[in-house]
Design a binder for this molecule. Structure first.
Ligand code: ATR
Length: 277
């Protein structure tokens, strides 16, 4: 019997841990599938996607820089993909391309289950207003925090995110506000770094006074890219966490969408931590 075929598409994609993660999920849940990675030319996402569908692919994960195109090419979008305007999980059903976004639920699961920190009623600072921040804001609001402040170098982008998510925020009675990185007042229980300033060798772009003592300081990146932020958080008395758990949890949610089975994400995260050191 042919195995159901999935993949991750991106550029670059050589570093992706997704094939390893999904292979472990499949082994541990007794699912028969194969999952590989495809580096797609920067100007060839649509053609790459069609080719995979033609070959009989069942679904795929999408990573940088194609998440926005993935949402725009889909024939049906989940509510969380609509809010994010981006998709990291496509499922093929006949002629239909269904787009979802599991990044936000991956982040929330890793925080709430991985650290035991419930977000309801807390004050959260989300740093950044690009694709990474947009992908998680809806799910963060669903946890009903008291307040989410979005701070970004370009204030207008933070304001746009606030406008787009205002109805959901009102539904959950969460205060949602936009700020520049320098103009922040007060401190926060949880701060989440969704900027890519570390990739350019930059410092953490906010003052350490934003951290409440013992705050959770979460970087959505992992490995070398998260090191500067994690060291800064530790130095200022916060609890640092990198985004490796989010990576595994967003994959677990994709796996559930495709296979209807929840894989043991915590076990796979602990194995992956050993693997990446
Ligand atoms: P991603 O999909 O990873 O979010 P992106 O959409 O390009 O990538 O967004 C990058 C984010 O990092 C943005 O919030 C960006 O701020 P701007 O909107 O002002 O561009 C932020 N960022 C990038 N470099 C930064 C730096 N040196 N200092 C602060 N923020 C930075």
């Amino acid at each position: 019997m042919d195995k159901d075929h999935y993949c991750v598409m991106g550029n670059p994609v050589a570093h992706s841990r997704s094939p390893w993660i999904h292979a472990r999920f499949a082994e541990l849940t007794g699912q028969t599938l194969c999952y590989d990675k495809r580096e797609i030319p920067l100007d060839g996402f649509s053609a790459g996607l069609r080719a995979f569908i033609q070959e009989g692919g069942r679904g795929c994960n999408i990573t940088v820089p194609f998440k926005f195109q993935a949402a725009s090419l889909a024939t049906r979008l989940s509510q969380r993909a609509v809010l994010a305007k981006a998709s990291n999980t496509l499922t093929f059903d006949g002629e239909c391309i269904l787009a979802d976004n599991t990044d936000g639920i991956g982040l929330v699961h890793d925080i709430e289950q991985g650290t035991g920190q419930t977000l309801q009623g807390l004050r959260i600072l989300l740093m950044g207003a690009g694709g990474a921040a947009a992908g998680v804001l809806g799910s963060l609001l669903d946890t009903q925090p008291a307040h989410i402040s979005i701070a970004n170098r370009t204030l207008q982008k933070a304001t746009d995110l606030v406008v787009r998510h205002q109805a959901l925020a009102s539904l959950h009675k969460t205060k949602l506000s936009a700020h520049s990185l320098q103009g922040l007042e007060g401190n926060f229980d949880v701060i989440i770094n969704a900027t890519c300033s570390s990739l350019q060798g930059g410092d953490v772009p906010v003052d350490a006074r934003v951290l409440k003592p013992g705050a959770l300081a979460y970087d959505m990146m992992y490995g070398k890219s998260a090191k500067g932020f994690m060291a800064w958080a530790q130095h200022h008395g916060a609890r640092p966490r990198d985004g490796l758990g989010m990576l595994v949890e967003q994959a677990a949610e994709s796996f559930f969408i495709w296979r209807g089975v929840r894989p043991p994400a915590a076990q796979v995260l602990s194995e992956l931590r050993q693997l990446v050191g």
